[in-house]
Design a protein around this ligand. Structure first.
Ligand code: LMR
Length: 332
């Protein structure tokens, strides 16, 4: 009898633990710092939906938005340690882990529009840059768009002289540091999750970001003026912990690759509209005054930021800057 009870218990346990364990899904924790209703937030949700569909539930993607798990710098460390598996930090955030090359995307006015950006990201240079991440224990999977950045402060920013002496929050990029120094401003590196409060309390005077990021963090509510400069690009590199990725069964990796490709097309297809809508909403709110620059004012801003290319050539690499410029001018 005892033997039978033992056997029955074993069968019951097998039924519970055995198949359940065999079926337990692979979990991808995808951490990011922005709101769900942004280009990155929406692309991450699309990736989750497609990844779970193509793997028939064998992979589960948990998306953690709004710095819920980690702030900017911490999330990269968490990925390297394997505490999360996937992230999409902006190009401006790889310097602190020793990859400076992505800062080339931060150069002021280096990209005139999204089709030009695609020439770089979809071409050999884009692939070459992704490969730099291998040595850091990361695999670069895709480039996701946000869009072009605008400036804001409680002061009307029209000419380069208007920036003088003001403190601006920047992401951790030396190119962005040089950009604000070229304007005579004082850059201050700060995590994205802290920007709203820093603007509200006057720890910094202004900031640069895309309309979608500004709007979803309500930054426009604490900045009297927003100038539509479109002076720089903000986009993302989707990265995954390399060991986690390499250890996946080839079949799963192929399914996830397909999901990533489609989520990328989806997100990059809606980013421009998301930013246009956010800008319109900011204007409609009446909380910030939108300032548009005349062609002459725009030219003056471009001229003031020109020295940045020379200032950062040693850091980012002159050949890389030249290659980037060549790719953007290529007709294909
Ligand atoms: C920022 O820190 O301003 C952005 O990189 C946030 C983001 O992920 O879009």
């Amino acid at each position: 009898m005892r033997k039978l009870m033992f056997a029955a218990a074993s069968v019951a346990m097998m039924a519970l633990v055995g198949p359940a364990a065999a079926q337990s899904p692979i979990v991808i924790k995808f951490s990011h710092v922005v709101a769900p209703n942004t280009p990155k937030g929406l692309a991450a949700e699309k990736f989750k939906e497609l990844a779970e569909k193509y793997t028939a539930g064998k992979v589960k993607v948990e998306v953690y938005p709004n710095s819920q798990l980690y702030k900017d710098k911490e999330e990269l460390e968490a990925l390297q340690l394997g505490a999360v598996q996937m992230l999409a930090p902006s190009n401006s955030k790889f310097g602190p882990i020793g990859v400076r090359e992505f800062e080339v995307f931060d150069l002021p006015y280096i990209l005139s529009d999204l089709p030009t950006l695609r020439k770089v990201t979809d071409g050999p240079l884009g692939t070459k840059l992704l490969r730099l991440l291998d040595a850091k224990g990361m695999t670069g999977l895709a480039y996701w768009d946000n869009g072009f950045k605008i400036m804001s402060a409680n002061k009307k920013l029209v000419t380069p002289a208007d920036y003088k002496g003001l403190k601006f929050r920047i992401q951790s990029s030396k190119v962005l540091d040089a950009q604000f120094r070229a304007l005579g401003a004082i850059p201050q590196v700060m995590a994205f999750s802290e920007v709203y409060q820093a603007l509200q309390t006057g720890v910094v005077d202004g900031q640069e970001n895309t309309p979608s990021n500004m709007y979803t963090q309500k930054m426009h509510e604490v900045q009297k003026f927003t100038t539509v400069t479109n002076h720089g690009y903000l986009g993302y590199v989707v990265i995954v912990n390399k060991k986690f990725w390499d250890d996946l069964p080839a079949e799963r990796r192929a399914e996830l690759d397909k999901a990533m490709k489609e989520a990328t097309a989806f997100g990059n297809g809606l980013s421009a509209k998301e930013n246009e809508d956010a800008l319109a909403e900011m204007q409609k709110s009446g909380k910030t005054e939108l300032v548009k620059l005349t062609p002459e004012q725009d030219a003056a801003m471009r001229k003031a930021m020109e020295p940045v290319y020379g200032d950062v050539a040693n850091r980012v690499g002159k050949p890389l800057i030249e290659e980037f410029l060549k790719e953007t001018k290529a007709t294909n």
